[in-house]
Design a protein around this ligand. Structure first.
Ligand code: PMP
Length: 293
């Protein structure tokens, strides 16, 4: 069965899911998106993703021609139309087609599309052995230039950092901000564990407020950890007991080496393991398939 894509209110075949070359999402990266995950025919944290999408759009003054409830239904309908159980869902809203100038007022209607596809999971090895990553020269976007809290289609800052990671022979990059504080990775948030403390950078250093990040902070508190947002440097990562990344697709990935320094014992840590086990308990199990909840 070929994929059915939601495009501007209709479910169409993959080949028919095309947008204009005049779409400002394509011409200027003018748009917002979400990466969402479904487990067991149920969309995880759908409300939180929709909320973040509309918040990003609000700051961009991008009017989404659907209510939040209609958008939630569109996401679930797309999952259902493809009869997917476990899926990765990409929800995109662009400024829509306009002329060749920047002026967003020339774009009369936003383009909305939703792709629900099989999830491409990270190899098991990443979780069993942990990842080696590096800090890269490209700094994270300054919040007063393009705030990383906005999940926009303009991902070149992240892509440049990703290229630097690939050039260094690793999978992921840690981006610092202009003051040298740790922000996040190209598509995941970062945490460090020291004793019973679980620390992650605050949004004002320049990060996306990850939905997995929020879930992990809640789980951490439930496990009795002292969880806080705080600024920290590369040095703090090097001397941490454990470091891990969080994201919708990745869930929780242990980091065992940063810039060639071994982190903790050089194997995935026990706190990271406990958090991942607890995380798996909160993802959807059984329930009414394809229900908006
Ligand atoms: N930071 C960035 C830059 C991201 O793109 C993402 C999402 N891929 C995350 C963090 C993690 O956010 P979430 O847990 O909401 O997927």
């Amino acid at each position: 069965m070929s994929l059915k894509i939601y495009l501007n209110g209709k479910l169409v075949e993959k080949d028919q899911a095309v947008v204009s070359v005049f779409d400002h999402g394509l011409l200027y990266g003018d748009g917002v998106f979400e990466g969402i995950r479904a487990y067991n025919c149920s969309v995880f944290k759908l409300k939180e993703h929709i909320e973040r999408l509309y918040e990003s759009a609000h700051t961009l003054m991008l009017e989404i021609p659907l209510s939040k409830a209609e958008m939630e239904n569109a996401v679930v309908d797309t999952l259902k139309a493809n009869q997917l159980k476990d899926a990765y869902i990409r929800l995109v809203v662009t400024r829509g087609p306009g002329d060749l100038g920047l002026d967003p007022r020339k774009c009369s209607r936003a383009t909305i599309f939703i792709i629900a596809d099989k999830i491409a999971l990270y190899p098991k090895e990443f979780y069993e052995k942990g990842l080696a990553i590096v800090t890269v020269p490209t700094i994270r976007n300054h919040p007063e230039a393009l705030n990383p809290q906005l999940k926009t289609l303009n991902y070149l800052n992240n892509i440049l950092a990703k290229i630097e990671a690939i050039n260094a022979g690793v999978q992921e990059a840690i981006l610092l901000n202009a003051q040298g504080y740790v922000t996040e990775c190209t598509g995941e948030n970062i945490f460090l564990v020291r004793g019973k403390e679980l620390i992650t950078p605050p949004p004002y250093v320049g990060i996306l407020k990850g939905i997995t990040r929020d879930t992990v902070m809640t789980i951490g508190r439930r496990l009795g950890l002292s969880v806080r947002e705080d600024i920290f440097t590369r040095h703090d990562l090097y001397i941490a007991d454990e470091v891990f990344l969080t994201g919708t697709a990745a869930e929780i990935v242990p980091i065992v080496k940063i810039d060639n320094r071994q982190i903790g014992k050089g194997v995935p840590g026990t706190t990271t393991g406990q958090l991942l086990a607890e995380f798996h308990k909160v993802t959807p199990k059984d329930g009414t398939p394809y229900e908006v909840n």
